[in-house]
Design a protein around this ligand. Structure first.
Ligand SMILES: NC(=O)CC[C@H](N)C(=O)O
Length: 227
């Protein structure tokens, strides 16, 4: 399986993500610049955390107009998996690939801590290795992680089981305690917590590993040779 890690000016979790794939998941991975326009050679696209374009205007707003964006939208339409982590989630919201928006954290402070989460849907390409309602701990590190949407959107997210991760102890004021959502088709996941920072015990926590493993298991199931 071949992964693309998209690099924007100001991305700062791209190396963590690259190493999680190359050294822990042991799959192929390339950095792909925001200047590029083609993602045909990839099976999954990863949008890393960071401060793309310095978070000017709103976090993710300028990156959502990058050269690479039409290819990311085509990739989503083809049904292949896209994972946006933290700033990557913000880019997915700003580009309209996921519904809703991010506001500043409720207490207007940057939060950097490990946070308990509940796996609310374990039937996605990203969470099939977790148990339903499994409680996991992942690091968060953001200033704009206060998820907001209108009541109709929230009702749709709940009805379609698009809320994948919920905060057990809402740290930022997110509506519905939402920490991560998928699109209706289920192939685009945005999440504020950082699974790539928790992929092996050497990092003190491996609760994020199963997320990457899930993507691989899902891809293998789709590409299984049947006779
Ligand atoms: N680690 C991240 O991606 C967080 C940065 C993000 N732009 C913020 O809201 O602060």
């Amino acid at each position: 399986m071949r992964f693309a890690v998209i690099v924007f000016p100001g991305s700062n979790c791209d190396t963590d993500l690259f190493r999680a794939i190359e050294e822990v998941l042991c799959e192929e991975v390339d950095y792909v610049s925001h200047h590029e326009t083609n993602l045909e050679n990839y099976d999954a696209v990863l949008l890393p955390g960071g401060f793309s374009y310095g978070d000017y205007l709103r976090s993710g707003a300028i990156a959502s107009f990058s050269n690479i964006m039409p290819a990311i939208i085509d990739f989503a339409e083809s049904g292949k998996p896209i994972l946006g982590i933290c700033n990557g989630f913000q880019v997915l919201l700003e580009s309209g690939l996921l519904p809703g928006a991010m506001k500043r954290n409720e207490h207007l402070k940057f939060i950097c801590q490990t946070t308990p989460l509940i796996v609310e849907n374990n039937e996605t390409a990203f969470t099939n290795q977790y148990r339903l309602q499994e409680r996991i701990n992942l690091p968060i590190a953001h200033a704009e992680g206060n998820y907001e949407c209108d009541e109709g959107t929230l009702a749709d997210l709940e009805k379609n089981h698009q809320v994948v991760f919920r905060y057990a102890d809402n740290p930022n004021g997110s509506k519905g305690d939402i920490a991560g959502i998928v699109n209706e088709r289920g192939n685009v996941l945005g999440m504020m917590p950082h699974p790539e920072r928790a992929v092996e015990q050497l990092l003190g926590n491996d609760d994020g590993y199963k997320l990457f493993q899930s993507i691989l298991v899902h891809w293998r199931e789709q590409h299984a040779v049947t006779s």
